[in-house]
Design a protein around this ligand. Structure first.
Ligand code: HEC
Ligand code: HEC
Length: 338
């Protein structure tokens, strides 16, 4: 190829890359699976895509799924999914470490369910492949729902309202696979489009303040985006928590099983302290931070990441700019800012 042709190719590539970074939003309905495929095809996983504004999901399944999501009979002990993942407050409980169904505290912070449908694998340790598998695990988890599908089926079949809803939608009794289908459909609908950042990505130059734009630049320049990337700004990689020394020096609680990360999932020593890089969408409303809920503010979380993941002491002004950018990632659910 001649030099000129190569230059032209480079320019074309840069223009295309910029266009896809500032991709125009589409109002066409898109399924989460299609979107994930598009992201993996697009090659540059560091590009951030806006959250889609419309999803193609069956409204009858959504209504049934929401009812099930808020149904304490799913646990038989008063807990529903919404107890720990309240949709009214960011899809998580705001506690450092989750409640357990028997009282007391679990070892990990409750993640938000908003935009969880976009993750290629779920939970802090990336130990569940998708929403359906995670649902099997959470229903049986003795600390979370402490139930079983047969108990759930039995209790829903006693209810004429549920029987009728399942008959209308699935032409069937409430069965494990139908209950899961309705719940997973509802979980897929928990997306938060139209954050200031997404409006900016779509071309609204005024959607971000100058400080927030500076913060986005710093986020990329410091290398946060080498781990926090893709549509959720995280979630598609597993990384060592504490690349530059221990990530736990700031905390009083002694190390526990969960802190060992994927080591306790795979049994492989090389997986100690490996965690899924969490997404950062809506991070401003899901404090406290990290899998142990050990950090209360965004500015502190940014400083902590600088120290333990990047080996740099990020100056206070830069922390403030990055935190301001992170606050632009709060989206809307049912037309209301989270
Ligand atoms: C007692 C509190 C509690 C209840 C009840 C509960 N969860 Fe969770 N949920 C958690 C915690 C804690 C985690 C993190 C677990 C982990 O990472 O190992 C989690 C993780 C998840 C995730 C993964 C999110 C991510 O970012 O990867 C999904 C999805 C989920 N829960 C859905 C549900 C559904 C659906 C229900 C109801 C059937 C439910 N949860 C009930 C506490 C709870
Ligand atoms: C080497 C990969 C890597 C880099 C680089 C990185 N992070 Fe992280 N980040 C992680 C991992 C892994 C976690 C989860 C740690 C845990 O709690 O187990 C995390 C967690 C977070 C959290 C907490 C999210 C929550 O919901 O609790 C924030 C906020 C965050 N990172 C911001 C940043 C910022 C800002 C930068 C750049 C200054 C950055 N990260 C750089 C891997 C990385």
């Amino acid at each position: 190829m001649s030099r000129v042709a190569m230059m032209l190719a480079l320019v074309l590539f840069a223009v295309l890359a910029w266009q896809s970074l500032r991709k125009q939003g589409s109002t066409e309905a898109v399924s989460p699976a299609d979107l994930l495929q598009e992201i993996s095809r697009s090659g540059d996983s560091q590009l951030v895509q806006p959250i889609p504004q419309v999803l193609d999901l069956d409204p009858r399944k959504l209504a049934l799924g929401e009812r099930l999501f808020r149904e304490p009979r799913l646990s038989g002990k008063g807990f529903s999914c919404n107890t720990c993942h309240p949709l009214e407050s960011g899809g998580m409980d705001g506690l450092p470490r989750s409640l357990t169904i028997h009282g007391g505290r679990d070892q990990m912070n409750t993640p938000t369910l908003f935009n969880a449908a976009f993750y290629p694998y779920l939970q802090w340790r990336a130990d569940q492949p998708d929403l359906a598998a995670q649902l099997d695990a959470v229903i049986a988890n003795p600390l979370h729902m402490a139930s079983s599908w047969s108990a759930v089926e039995e209790s829903l079949r006693k209810d004429p309202g549920y029987r009728q809803a399942f008959r209308e939608i699935y032409d069937s009794e409430p069965t494990r696979s139908r209950i899961k289908d309705a719940l997973v459909t509802f979980e897929q609908s928990l997306i938060t489009p139209d954050s200031d950042f997404d409006r900016w990505l779509r071309g609204d130059e005024k959607a971000l303040t100058e400080q927030q734009q500076r913060g986005f630049g710093l986020f990329r320049r410091y290398g946060c985006s080498s781990c926090h990337q893709g549509i959720n700004l995280g979630g598609n990689l597993v990384a060592r928590y504490g690349v530059f020394g221990s990530a736990f020096n700031h905390r009083e609680l002694p190390l526990n099983e969960f802190d060992q990360g994927r080591l306790r999932v795979t049994g492989n020593n090389a997986d100690r302290f490996l965690f899924r890089v969490p997404g950062l969408r809506n991070v401003a409303v899901t404090a406290p931070y990290f899998h142990d809920g050990s950090v209360a503010s965004l500015e502190e979380a940014v400083g902590h990441m600088g120290h333990v993941q990047l080996g740099v002491d990020i100056p206070v002004e830069d922390r403030a700019d990055i935190a301001a950018f992170l606050r632009s990632l709060t989206g809307e659910y049912r037309g209301r800012r989270l």
